[in-house]
Design a protein around this ligand. Structure first.
Ligand SMILES: Cc1cc2nc3c(=O)[nH]c(=O)nc-3n(C[C@H](O)[C@H](O)[C@H](O)COP(=O)(O)O)c2cc1C
Length: 179
């Protein structure tokens, strides 16, 4: 199983959060994590992943145009993304700088890709994803790891080959193959 963590980051804050999301993914045995800036992500990376976790800085209350351009460019694989898991994270300058609207902008695209969207777990806040404002403490980085961990565990639970998972006993067509 593979989880792709991808992000746009101009000054490094979102990149740092992405690294913590990836740390949480890697805590789950059997799940590989691919960590890449969105400028290096290809359609093949999207298609080869069972889940995609996407992060952006808040730019005027929405995802960065550079990230949006990548997602727009993947419109052609939209139907083949159906059934994969998606989650989001964001960073801002101000505490109430538009993080939730930015998370929603990413989630909106994921829903249109046909993905199954999950938020951050209850012990990380239980909302739309992980959001971090510059200057805030360590808890947010731990929340990022919890988001990655949640997505990775969900990937395993939905795996058709995972004994006891929700997909156990189902035909062997994987979400990756589904079109
Ligand atoms: C074009 C632009 C628009 C921004 N808009 C907002 C905003 O609306 N609210 C906010 O709190 N921060 C805003 N910021 C600040 C960034 O969201 C914040 O510094 C972020 O953590 C940077 O992430 P990065 O270090 O990964 O590039 C903006 C920055 C830029 C360059």
């Amino acid at each position: 199983m593979q989880v792709l963590v991808t992000y746009y980051s101009r000054t490094g804050t979102t990149k740092k959060l992405a690294e913590h999301v990836a740390r949480g993914v890697r805590q789950v045995p059997g799940v590989d994590c691919l960590l890449k800036p969105c400028s290096e992500v290809t359609r093949e990376h999207f298609l080869a992943s069972d889940a995609v976790i996407v992060g952006s800085p808040v730019y005027f209350g929405s995802m960065a145009a550079e990230l949006k351009a990548v997602l727009d460019g993947f419109n052609g694989i939209r139907k083949r993304m159906e059934g994969k898991i998606g989650a989001a994270f964001a960073t801002s300058h101000h505490g109430s700088g538009g993080k939730e609207t930015t998370l929603i902008s990413i989630i909106q695209a994921m829903l249109i890709f046909g993905m199954i969207v999950v938020g951050d777990p209850m012990d990380a806040g239980g909302h739309y994803g992980v959001a971090h404002a510059q200057g805030e403490g360590r808890a947010f980085r731990d929340d990022a790891a919890k988001l990655g961990n949640r997505v990775a565990r969900l990937v395993m639970r939905l795996s058709p080959t995972f004994e006891g998972g929700a997909g156990a006993g189902r035909p062997t067509t994987t979400r990756r193959d589904a079109s």
